[in-house]
Write a protein that binds this ligand. Sequence first.
Ligand code: UDP
Ligand code: MG
Length: 309
Amino acid sequence: MTPTFSIIAPIYNETGNIPELYRRIKEVMDSAGEPWELVTIDDGSVDGSGQMLLELAQQDARVRPVIFARNFGHQLAVTAGLDYSRGQAVVIIDADLQDPPEVILELIKKWREGYEVVYAVRSEREGESWFKLFTASLFYQLIHRITDVKIPMDTGDFRLLDRKVVKVLGQMRERHRFLRGMSVWVGFKQVGVEYRRAARFAGETKYPLKKMLKFASDAITGFSYLPLQIATYVGFVAAAIAILTIPVVMVLRLVDSGFFFGQASTLIAVLFLGGVQLISLGILGEYIGRLYDEAKGRPLYIVREEPHD
Ligand code: UDP
Ligand code: MG
């Protein structure tokens, strides 16, 4: 029997959270009154999360573990979840219980009203460091300003997607993905539901600064050319300054005021332009590297063990 609801939970070293996650999802979903499944993706955990999920699946066939061959990252784990899900409505949720499973019922309510993307908006966040809050807010403002897709502020991946949307996302096989942007880009009837984001139930964040930076650059390069265009703007500005200074230098020279710029100013100009050029090259590299990754056409993720049905 195909379930009506699929819950997708990406899992990276979450042994401390899995039993509680399952317990709460089960409680909530049993009260929704229709068949459901829990698709858990073990994203190369090294703490035995995968084994725990396989055991859980033996007790309850509604739990369907997908075990990755290594760590592919949160966004690809969720992508695999979407690929393996079978429900008419698919809910993406973090495994650390920061997204309270009880909110799923509100998402489902909106879905039943006919919305095809129901995203959860964090009205409050508990137990996050000021650094995380600051960088997150900076990130959302930047994304909002420089991309064409108007990604709602303070939304994560916690959202419900109708099967129609999942199908379209399934056709978008880009490697460096920013799912919350992609699920806005596709259109459809969208609505937000506010919720209080809880603190992590157990364990530490699996998003160190390095992963956060990669996430941010995937989001920006995936949805904007602005970094490339900035190089052009800076080039024009530098050229304009150079042209404007030509008559100034000529006049100073002619009147021989004794005002001499000297070596230091030359050095500054050269270093400044050299810096700008290297930064521009780096930006180009970011886009070219991504192009290269796409051109290779490797699978997005590799599964060691599939769900048994
Ligand atoms: N996660 C994952 N692969 C990773 C990093 C994280 O599947 O490489 C999962 C993690 O287990 C959790 C979710 O993604 O279920 C969100 O991660 P986390 O809670 O660490 O991020 P934060 O809430 O701190 O932004
Ligand atoms: Mg978390």
